[in-house]
Design a protein around this ligand. Structure first.
Ligand SMILES: [Zn+2]
Length: 219
């Protein structure tokens, strides 16, 4: 299990909507997230950030969280022998994504008016914004006028639809797994790094001569 320092988690966002924005909480039911796509899996390996543009109704939601790769590393730690990548299962990957989604800080954003005028300002203040335009609009006062007491929970109904159901997770896992199998070298470098590091050490000691004191030069 990976430890996280929490700002705002998935459950907090859902609970706050239930108590402070019951209308939005109910309206989330009108939306199904469209088919899973558009995740940069290389980035998921390189900085352990899952970044997804999800189509929800007429709007685009951004969902971003860390830790899925770290969870997968943890879940596959005991694997021994060759062909580890072929033994990765959708179940493992689903579990890794699901654990990270529940435990980590989420960063979210939506393209709707509700988000823009009621949540964006506070999402920046509280550190849960994934909005690329957030900084640009942050200090324009009108963006917090419609929610001046910050009493409407954390997120709009579109983001709630993505957070609540979790039905997209197996689809995300399937896509991630397909990517790993299509990129076995990169995957084993990142995921089974002990082997990778050993190989890298060996390669470096053969190919790259070590600098000696003589090479340093004397003045
Ligand atoms: Zn929205």
């Amino acid at each position: 299990m990976v430890t996280y320092i929490n700002e705002v988690t998935r459950m907090q966002m859902i609970q706050a909507a239930k108590s402070k924005s019951p209308d939005r909480f109910v309206k989330r039911l009108n939306y199904n997230t469209k088919q899973f796509k558009d995740v940069d899996f290389k980035r998921l390996f390189e900085d352990d950030t899952f970044f997804w543009y999800a189509g929800v109704g007429d709007h685009m939601v951004i969902l971003e969280f860390d830790g899925a790769f770290e969870e997968l590393k943890w879940l596959t730690k005991g694997m021994k022998g060759p062909n580890k990548i072929n033994r990765l299962t959708q179940e493992m990957v689903t579990k890794a994504l699901s654990l990270a989604l529940d435990e980590s800080d989420l960063r979210v954003a939506c393209a709707c008016e509700d988000w823009k005028y009621r949540y964006r300002f506070y999402s920046v203040e509280k550190g849960y914004s994934a909005d690329p335009a957030a900084g640009k609009y942050h200090y324009r006062p009108k963006y917090k006028r419609t929610n001046k007491d910050d009493n409407k929970g954390y997120v709009c109904k579109h983001i709630l639809a993505v957070l609540y159901g979790k039905r997209w997770i197996p689809a995300a896992a399937k896509a991630w797994l397909a990517w790993m199998k299509a990129n076995p070298e990169l995957t084993s470098q990142y995921l089974f790094s002990e082997k990778y590091l050993k190989k890298l050490d060996k390669k470096l000691s053969i190919d790259v001569p070590q600098e000696t004191e003589e090479d340093g030069g004397n003045d």
